[in-house]
Structure formats: structure tokens, C-alpha cells
Design a protein around this ligand. Sequence first.
Ligand SMILES: [Zn+2]
Length: 188
Amino acid sequence: MQKRLEIEAKDFLEYAYRKAVLRLKDYTYFKKDKLTFLDNNNETMKIPGYVARSRKNYRFNHKTQKLEKKCIQCEKYFEVELYKEGKFADIHDEDQIHFCSEISGYAVRCKKCNHEKELEDSEKLKREKDLSSKGGYSFNIKISDQNIKYIRMLAAVESVTEEDFANNCLDVIRKNNKLEYKYDKKLE
Ligand SMILES: [Zn+2]
């Protein structure tokens, strides 16, 4: 423990010293005209190709000497590479963010956000499929406040979607046609 604290204190002093001497910021962010960072010896170092290609989503942490990748969804940063003596070494956690390839680098979304997006996409696909298998149409109509309250409340009570509930209401009206004109006959 003592030893670890000493190392941490030494690292911190070194970092504070470098920061003062080199006027280092805590992080280096990359731009089209800035695809380098300063290493511990004040040397300008190049970033890997995949970082340059997706530069807005990476930053270099000078304190930890680690390259961090930002998830475009939750905007959290994940440590992916450790810089040491002119080289980057992979330290990423595959449970947090997926490494795609040397060309494309790390996934745009973290594992958690990617999973949520996949679920959302498959639900959306399922809804669209259900609708098309029912032979339905999607169209926008204005519904009165009272009716929308009724649909929402009863759909929740009956544990069906609002869309199914609204369709069920229309089915009931259609099948028990009490309207003056027998529209049903016209339809069949
Ligand atoms: Zn995320």
C-alpha cells in the first residue's frame, strides 16, 4: 500500500511537473489540423490512423497516458489504448466497447448503448412488420383530447397498444353498425 502510494505520488508529481513545464492540458483533443500529441519527452507524436479518421470521438489523457474513445450516444469516454515509449497497446474492455478493426478502430457506440439501439431497432422493425402483416396503413389524424385520454387509459387497462385499442374500438363500431346508413354493406 505504502509502495503504491509512493508510486502514485511520484506519477502525480511527474505529471504536475510536465504539465507546468510543457503547459500540458489534461487532455489533447484532435482536429483536422491537429492529429498529434506531446509525449513525456515533449516530442510530437502521431495518433493511429483510425483515430485520425474518427478524431472527434477520441482524446488523449496525459495524466493516465491513455487514449480514450467517446460513445456517440451516452458521450462517456472509455480507455482503449495505453501509450508507452512511442507505442500504443490495446487495453480496451470488450464488455464496454467493441474493437472493430485496425482500419475502423473502436465501435461508435459503447456496448450498453449499442445493445439498447439494437433492441429499439428490432422493436421498430417488429411494429412495422406487425402493421404490414395486418395490412394496416399509417396515417395522421387529429383526435380530441377526450378521445386520446380514453384510448390511452383503456389501452393501458387492457394491456394492448394504443393502436390496437383504437382499431378494436372501430371494429366494435363497424360490426355493430348502429349508424343510419349501413356502411358495412357498402364495404363488403
Ligand atoms: Zn454509450
